[in-house]
Design a protein around this ligand. Structure first.
Ligand SMILES: [Zn+2]
Length: 96
């Protein structure tokens, strides 16, 4: 699979916890969310467009509901992602 790496299109950042590359996205609610740059089959985050602010461009994303992400198989050519909060080995450190 090619073309789905968000780090190819957007500035990557580094997770403070595990140093892995992440890409900051903005959700429908204008919340910032770190994504793993590589697409994941069955991921629940869908990129809907490109936003722009004073720091440059970032992906705009929509978080799919549980039923939605399970019932819709990834259509061909559509990449799905997961938030780094789910995959980070240091995620427990982020608990507030
Ligand atoms: Zn991390």
């Amino acid at each position: 699979m090619t073309g789905g790496d968000l780090a190819d299109r957007f500035n990557a950042a580094e997770c403070r916890g595990c140093s892995q590359s992440i890409v900051w996205a903005r959700t429908d609610n204008d919340k910032s969310m770190p994504l793993d740059p590589l697409p994941v089959a069955g991921g629940n985050v869908k990129v809907t467009g490109v936003g722009r602010d004073d720091r440059g461009v970032h992906p705009r994303v929509r978080v799919l509901g549980k039923r939605e992400s399970e019932s819709l198989l990834d259509p061909p050519g559509e990449h799905r992602y997961v938030t780094h909060f789910v995959t980070c080995p240091k995620r427990k450190d982020f608990k507030r």
